[in-house]
Design a protein around this ligand. Structure first.
Ligand code: ZN
Ligand code: ZN
Length: 125
């Protein structure tokens, strides 16, 4: 850590002080006090939770709607709002269960399209 132990008390006080929640995006001071629970909990305003790129913590990132946190753009497929890892998890699980029932290729194609339906339903409103 950068802070020495002598500064520990100061740091604790800094963190425990109740400040109104703000969006993590750089340059965005959106006050989340009256925002939706979801946005307040994840410290992101509605705009930045949907933006395709957001500068947060000095890095170009995007808010992942599956993990409810920012990831680097490298974690996403182009234009996707959910990181690749989550999508892979989804597909793997779907494919595994479909293999138990049916080995045909058409079955796999149809489960893939239905899994993206499920993902879009997780979008916060
Ligand atoms: Zn914001
Ligand atoms: Zn994610």
């Amino acid at each position: 850590m950068y802070f020495s132990s002598m500064d520990g008390d100061f740091v604790n006080r800094l963190y425990s002080r109740s400040t109104s929640p703000k969006c993590q995006a750089e340059g965005c001071d959106f006050d989340l006090t009256n925002a939706k629970n979801y946005h307040r909990r994840h410290k992101v305003c509605e705009f930045h939770s949907k933006a395709s790129t957001v500068i947060a913590a000095g890095l170009t990132q995007r808010f992942c709607q599956q993990c409810s946190r920012f990831h680097l753009l490298a974690e996403f497929d182009n234009g996707k709002r959910s990181c690749r890892r989550r999508l892979a998890d989804h597909n793997r699980r779907r494919r595994k269960s479909s293999q138990n029932q049916n080995h045909s290729k058409s079955q796999i194609t149809s489960t893939q399209s239905s899994s993206s339906e499920i993902i879009s339903r997780y979008e916060p409103d």
